[in-house]
Ligand binder design. Structure first.
Ligand code: IPD
Length: 300
């Protein structure tokens, strides 16, 4: 029998309890973020486009202490305490980004969130994403649907959501990421150009791009159905884990950011998310159309 991450046994994690606890933590993190006065000259990690603030660390410390106290046997995989020698495993694991959209946070642009995911056998099964500026909460449990502010089921239009009808009619989220040179940068820039270009000149002429600066909120917008697609290479498991289950529970799909990657992994670092459509119509076609426009290959 195939491994089912949520098959029940006496020692199975209680996903509903974890979901409710993650929401409690998200609201506490939201208070830290809302009351913060970020330094306009924050620390950088890899370069001046890869920022970290004292608040990223403070939120992660709070989250990790709370989770370790309540769930001492589960693993913890957080952005600020990440150790490359300790990759994601099959063990039940909290996968956490304390502030996703750190650049927005530093600039006071009200589009950042805390992203709290939980994986079993490396499959996201609980996700909570909270933007404290707009008080927007997205959450999902594997098999139980996805919700906005706990009550409104996603996608927002429900079964009235329009069928997908090709890149030409799509609103697409893309991000530059923080690597601004090298092959991945070239691939992204040439792909953006191809996607945007007029069909007469060989492009896909997508309707428009949006670049809002938070992978987790991008995926949640695809789950809502307010964005049609989101493509990115270079982000990490903690950027996408919570959004992953929210999107899937909303009827969306997530595949690899590179062609033919129908079975992506949460730590695969390149992703393409597609919104729900009635009976899934057009989702795979849109994936294939997108992949056919990628100029090169994302490699991490
Ligand atoms: C970043 C954001 C951004 C994405 C980067 C991420 P951070 O996360 O999600 O939108 O383009 O790839 O690293 O640094 O704000 O947590």
């Amino acid at each position: 029998m195939a491994d089912n991450p949520t098959s029940q046994s006496e020692s199975s994690p209680n996903l509903n309890e974890i979901h409710d606890f993650l929401i409690e933590i998200a609201f506490k993190a939201g208070d830290i973020i809302t009351n913060a006065l970020p330094n306009t000259d924050p620390g950088s990690k890899k370069n001046s486009a890869d920022l970290v603030t004292e608040y990223d660390r403070a939120v992660e410390d709070m989250v990790s202490a709370a989770l370790k106290e309540k769930y001492p046997t589960y693993q913890f995989h957080g952005e600020e305490s990440y150790d490359p020698n300790r990759p994601l495993t099959d063990e039940p694991t909290f996968v956490i980004d304390p502030i996703d959209g750190t650049i927005n946070f530093v600039h006071g642009f009200p589009h950042a969130c805390i992203s709290l995911g939980f994986t079993v056998k490396r499959t996201p099964v609980v996700g909570v994403v909270f933007n404290p500026s707009s008080r927007t909460l997205y959450s999902a449990i594997h098999g139980q649907g996805a919700f906005l502010n706990r009550t409104q089921r996603l996608p927002l239009k429900g079964t009235d959501i329009e069928p997908l009808s090709g890149l030409q009619n799509a609103l697409i989220s893309i991000e530059w990421g923080s690597d601004r040179k090298g092959k991945n940068w070239e691939t992204k820039i040439r792909t953006f150009e191809k996607l945007g270009q007029d069909k007469e000149d060989g492009g896909a002429m997508v309707r428009a791009f949006r670049s809002m600066g938070s992978a987790a909120l991008n995926i949640c917008a695809v789950a809502e159905g307010t964005l049609d697609l989101y493509w990115e290479g270079g982000c990490w498991a903690w950027d996408v884990c919570a959004g992953w289950v929210i999107l899937k529970e909303a009827g969306g799909i997530i595949v690899d950011g590179n062609p033919d990657g129908w079975e992506p992994t949460v730590d695969g670092r390149s992703y393409l998310a597609v919104r729900a459509s009635p009976e899934g119509a057009g989702q795979k076609e849109l994936v294939r159309e997108f992949w056919s426009n990628i100029q090169g290959r994302l490699e991490y």
